[in-house]
Design a protein around this ligand. Structure first.
Ligand code: ATP
Length: 320
């Protein structure tokens, strides 16, 4: 029987984390479980940055981006001694269960604590959509909206100047933000870890679009960590009849008020996390698979292949 539950956010922040914190807090309180907010991820566990939460502690945060609890990375949390100190601190406060909102690194910390007697459940919070065990992560939909809004603006100005805009989006080696943005914005080319990078092919396709199709603008959406987009834009200017310009959307993708989709997803996942802990389950993570909210053992989830997006790349190719 869970009496006191802790909640923390870890790794990179994402819009919708606050909605998850709110849902976890309110569902737990409604079930007679006390709630403690832990600041700054695993660092706050070690440094005892604890705050007792009431219903009003999480008022007016559902619409706010970022995380009310702050997030941090603490590489030392991989050390068993540091984990033992965290368990000691939790036990001193009578916190007997924990919800960790973060990425797969954060899940591993949750697994370690569960093996030491504190049941933990992980919630996938990242804009990159790169966490196994779920079709969508909390924050991805909001980041996608930000990408689409900004690429639409770039298209307006590109078409006035016979430009090719090369737009770098985030994803941390997952191409979802790129391919979803490319389809939504009617981009001409998408480059992601799934497509691979073939510079000659990109230039050849742009020459064809400029010379044969006589397009007066083009948009290339490219995932981060693939190539230097400024250098690519220069080559586009040199080798095609477009003037190439690179835009790195950067951290604006991580900010902003969460979309209704993310608010609902975070609320449903937060509710499910509390239900799992009340059922005595730990070492699990929550996901959405085929539109159903599910709990999976973290170890099993981390080994699952990423959902295939082949159908989206095929759709993109058919729409160009
Ligand atoms: P993001 O996807 O935003 O990067 P993440 O949760 O994967 O999120 P990490 O930096 O990998 O981000 O992990 C966050 C924190 O989780 C780390 O700073 C560390 O405190 C803890 N952590 C990561 N890996 C482990 C591990 N193997 N064992 C215990 N704790 C870990």
């Amino acid at each position: 029987m869970v009496k006191k539950l802790g909640v923390l956010t870890s790794g990179g922040d994402a819009p919708g984390m606050n909605a998850a914190i709110r849902a976890i807090t309110r569902v737990a309180l409604a079930n007679g479980i006390e709630v403690v907010g832990i600041r700054d991820g695993y660092r706050g566990l070690v440094e005892k940055k604890f705050e007792n939460f009431t219903k009003s502690s999480v008022s007016e945060i559902i619409s706010r981006g970022g995380t009310k609890l702050g997030s941090a990375r603490l590489s030392e949390f991989k050390d068993e001694e540091v984990q033992n100190l965290a368990v000691k601190n939790l036990k001193e406060e009578n916190i007997d269960a924990l919800v960790v909102i973060g990425g797969d690194g954060s899940y591993r910390g949750a697994l370690a604590l569960t093996s030491k007697g504190i049941n933990c459940v992980g919630l996938p919070g990242t804009i990159d959509n790169d966490i196994p065990g779920t079709d969508f992560t909390i924050g991805f939909n909001t980041a996608l909206e930000t990408c689409v809004e900004n690429v639409d603006k770039l298209r307006d100005t590109s078409s006035s100047h016979h430009r090719c805009s090369v737009v770098e989006v985030m994803g941390n080696r997952c191409g979802d933000l790129a391919v979803y943005t490319a389809i939504n914005c009617g981009a001409e080319i998408v480059v992601s870890p799934e497509t691979g990078y073939d510079e000659l092919d990109i230039l050849e396709r742009l020459r064809y679009l400029g010379n044969a199709v006589k397009k007066n603008h083009a948009i290339v959406i490219i995932s981060e960590k693939i190539t230097d987009v400024d250098a690519l834009a220069k080559k586009i200017s040199q080798h095609t009849n477009f003037s190439g310009r690179a835009t790195v959307l950067g951290h604006i993708q991580r900010g902003g008020s969460p979309s209704p989709y993310d608010r609902l997803l975070a609320s449903r996942m937060g509710e499910h996390a509390v239900d799992l802990l009340m059922a005595g389950k730990g070492g699990q993570c929550v996901g959405i698979l085929d539109n159903q909210i599910v709990g999976l053992p973290i170890e099993e989830a981390l080994q699952r292949p990423k959902p295939s997006r082949k159908h989206l790349y095929r759709l993109f190719d058919r729409l160009v």
